[in-house]
Write a protein that binds this ligand. Structure first.
Ligand code: UDX
Ligand code: UDX
Ligand code: ADP
Length: 463
């Protein structure tokens, strides 16, 4: 089958960038990204390319190049479904906040709504691709909905998980380690896989395109994220031991990273991992394991989350303890709110939890993040439902300048590893702060020696 029309349901952090790259690399394919959120679609269509709703280095130029040519953003979901040969489902699958599996299982209501919508609209055969991270066997559920409520058209369900990391989405999409496509072993299933392989072949080398059955593909995505998160929790667990023993976690990480079996990546100790994927996917894995009665497997992976929560809590506690056991009415400046650098995404960011703990201790938080708005900061805190929105608004403020955020502060906490933090005029910051001036570097990015020479009391992670 020659593919000429693709649609993607969900114009978020995954759907938006992925479709922009497909459109850029496949000028012969019309790519339409649809979303129920009209505000988000309007932002994708904003004449000023800098106003697109997702900040990713390099993305706005690619959108500007393809938009209106073969890349379209629309709220007309039905029309896009009707026209497309391949439909990507890229809607959000948050952890359930209610009912059975609350706090653990993925909430599939958005996926199910999509499947029902596709079933209602489709008049000819379609390939439906799950792009969102989903619990293993979701494809089966989608298939059952499509087959039983549709207009007797044939659907092929593929699993094509996305491995891009935020902040490097464009590079990851242009140059992926692999593309994974899972499909049915039947002849029709293999044909559908081939159709999608051909799309990616426009820019990805054939040996990097792996095909598997649907379940392996779904499980591989959860496993990849679980392994990555596990590395961070492992190094973070040892960072606490380093702080007690005089070993330095950076030196340990370097020493073990040279073992080619271990490798140097993803060994940076931090205030804890965040992002929309790691925690959600592990909880998902834990939930699936438990549902099959595999309690040891579930406990093994749950420990990764327990360790991460501990790391965030430990960071907040350390600030309180070091500031003479009270932060009440003290200004604590937060450098960074995003869950990592080069993104405006704050989902599950460690900053939210650290701020929440410090506000419980009556601290005043002053945030500077180059890409995150005050509205988002407040929303993130309100979402925890720890106190009223009014109390949150009184406890936290945001600044457009790091120097203003740090002025008169008792301490600075680095929550995100933005490059610009390294290059600030730290003498100027020191001069404007309360003394002693403390820096808690939750990312180990600042120059400890230089800061101590200025007069700061510096504490990193794991040394
Ligand atoms: C992750 C996976 O990397 C990606 O393949 C998948 O598609 C989605 O989930 P993402 O969450 O965007 O991507 O970013 P990632 O770079 O993995 O970072 C996740 C969190 O771990 C961030 O909070 C980051 O700061 C933290 N981290 C990462 C560390 O604390 N230490 C490290 O060494 C690496
Ligand atoms: C290990 C370390 O590899 C080595 O660096 C250290 O100096 C001593 O401990 P060793 O125990 O000799 O070396 O063998 P290794 O190859 O690491 O295997 C250890 C065990 O893990 C074996 O039982 C092996 O069969 C098992 N293993 C290894 C697996 O089950 N799966 C794997 O993928 C790798
Ligand atoms: P991700 O990180 O997985 O891309 P996002 O939350 O950034 O998640 O994006 C998911 C998008 O999917 C949101 O913009 C949301 O409005 C959209 N969405 C959810 N359900 C539907 C639906 N049934 N039809 C169209 N869009 C949907």
């Amino acid at each position: 089958m020659k593919i000429t029309k693709i649609c993607c349901i969900g114009a978020g952090y995954v759907g938006g960038p992925t479709m922009a790259i497909i459109a850029q690399k496949c000028p012969h394919i019309q790519v339409t990204v649809v979303d129920l959120n009209a505000e988000r679609i309007a932002a994708w269509n904003d004449e000023d390319q800098n106003n697109i709703p997702i900040y990713e280095p390099g993305l706005s130029d690619i959108v500007a190049e393809a938009r209106g040519r073969n890349l379209f953003f629309s709220t007309d979901v039905d029309k896009a479904i009707d026209e497309a040969q391949i439909i990507f489902i890229s809607v959000n699958t948050p952890t359930k906040t209610y009912g059975k599996g609350k706090g653990m299982a993925a909430d599939l209501k958005y996926i199910e709504l999509c499947a029902r919508q596709i079933a209602k609209i489709a008049k000819d055969d379609k390939i439906v691709v799950e792009k969102s991270t989903l619990p293993v066997r979701t494809a089966e559920a989608i298939k059952s909905i499509l087959d039983n409520t549709g207009n007797h058209v044939k659907f092929q369900i593929l699993s094509n998980p996305e491995f891009l990391a935020e902040g490097t989405a464009v590079q990851d999409l242009l140059n992926p380690d692999r593309i994974l496509i899972g499909g049915d072993p039947s002849a029709e299933g293999q044909e559908a896989i081939q159709a999608l392989v051909e799309v990616y072949s426009n820019w990805v080398a054939p040996e990097k395109i792996l095909t598997t059955n649907v379940w392996s593909s779904e499980l591989s995505k959860l496993t990849a994220n679980a392994f990555l998160a596990q590395r961070i929790s492992s190094i973070n667990a040892l960072s606490e031991l380093c702080e007690k023993t005089g070993a330095d976690i950076n030196e340990v990480a370097r020493a073990i990273g040279t073992d080619s079996r271990i490798g140097p990546k993803f060994l940076k100790a931090s205030v804890g991992f965040g992002g929309s994927c790691f925690q959600k996917d592990i909880l998902n894995l834990v939930y699936i394991a438990k549902s099959y009665g595999l309690n040891e497997v579930a406990d093994y992976w749950e420990q990764v989350i327990i360790m991460n929560d501990h790391q965030k809590k430990r960071f907040a506690n350390k600030i309180v303890q070091t500031l003479y056991n009270t932060v009440s009415d003290k200004k604590i400046a937060f450098l960074g709110w995003a869950f990592k650098k080069d993104t405006n995404d704050t989902r599950e960011s460690a900053a939210i939890y650290v701020a929440n703990d410090l506000i419980n201790e009556h601290a005043q938080i002053a945030v500077y993040d180059p890409k995150v708005s005050h509205k988002k900061v407040l929303n993130d805190l309100d979402y925890l439902e720890s106190r009223t929105a009014e109390k949150n608004a009184n406890a936290i403020s945001s600044f457009d300048s790091p120097y203003e955020a740090c002025k008169d502060a008792h301490a600075i906490a680095v929550l995100t590893e933005w490059d610009e933090f390294v290059h600030y005029d730290w003498q100027k910051i020191y001069d404007s702060m309360q003394k002693p001036a403390f820096v808690f570097d939750g990312r180990n990015i600042l120059d400890k020696k230089a800061l101590e020479t200025i007069g700061f009391v510096y504490q990193g992670i794991g040394s």
